[in-house]
Design a binder for this molecule. Structure first.
Ligand SMILES: C[S@@+](CC[C@H](N)C(=O)[O-])C[C@H]1O[C@@H](n2cnc3c(N)ncnc32)[C@H](O)[C@@H]1O
Length: 227
């Protein structure tokens, strides 16, 4: 699949998945791996949530690929947020969940959209892993262009864990993943599991400095300051 098709397929996939997206994070339905898995997931998500809340305060924040608001809800009470996503369906869920007047929403393909700015933080959760490899550097150029001097990128993403996805779904290091919706429709999306030290080094080469942290099983997260 060429690069443009990858982007278009991912946009279509997340539009179609909007109404069932949260089942993944809430460990419900096909993502239910039992109470112990859910408890561990929630505990690790809590660690990341605390890092977000303590790091990003009183700031102008650009949230890329904001989705249904699972993280917008933590950013909105403490900051002024501009949130963008290509799916009007997930933005509707986000608005309902966040209910905040200090969030400005945009429906757009972030690869071609020009963000209003500049911002203290550019935030993106479970998005970097979906950026096509050929767009890695140009994506980080978008992040850089949106930041104030001395600003930071805060991101959260997935570690490779068998239970982080749906039952019966393949999970590997090929960089591509076949995703099935509850109604059986299938889409092929980019899903890259980054090695934290290698990612740190790669970002340092692009002028973003910081540590990529990990939780025990499921998540990586980082606040990377622009030099
Ligand atoms: C894995 S979800 C993450 C959502 C949210 N950040 C979260 O953590 O729950 C990826 C999101 O990226 C959005 N998306 C996919 N391609 C996009 C694009 N080209 N421009 C903007 N958003 C895009 C999808 O609509 C979806 O909401």
């Amino acid at each position: 699949m060429d690069d443009k098709n990858l982007v278009a397929t991912q946009i279509a996939y997340y539009r179609a998945r909007a109404g069932e997206y949260d089942q993944w994070f809430l460990r419900q339905g096909r993502y239910d791996h039992g109470p112990e898995n859910r408890r561990q997931w929630q505990q690790e998500a809590g660690v990341v949530e605390a890092a977000v809340k303590s790091t990003i305060q009183n700031a102008d924040v650009l949230e890329l690929a904001c989705g249904t608001g699972l993280w917008t809800r933590h950013l909105a009470p403490l900051n002024r947020v501009v949130a963008v996503d290509s799916s009007p369906e997930v933005i509707a869920f986000n608005r309902a969940r966040t209910g905040a007047e200090n969030v400005e929403y945009h429906v757009a393909d972030l690869f071609t959209w020009r963000a209003p700015g500049p911002f203290d933080f550019v935030f993106f959760s479970f998005w970097l892993s979906h950026v096509p490899p050929a767009r890695f550097d140009s994506f980080w150029a978008i992040v850089r262009a949106a930041l104030k001097p001395g600003g930071s990128a805060f991101f959260i993403d997935s570690l490779l864990d068998r239970t982080s996805t749906a039952h019966g779904q393949t999970l590997d290091r090929t960089g591509m993943s076949k995703r099935r919706l509850n109604d059986g429709r299938e889409f092929e999306v980019v899903k890259i599991f980054y090695d934290p030290p290698a990612l740190e080094q790669r970002l340092a080469n692009l002028g973003f400095h910081g540590r990529v942290h990990t939780t025990e099983h499921f998540f990586l997260y980082a606040s990377m300051a622009l030099e």
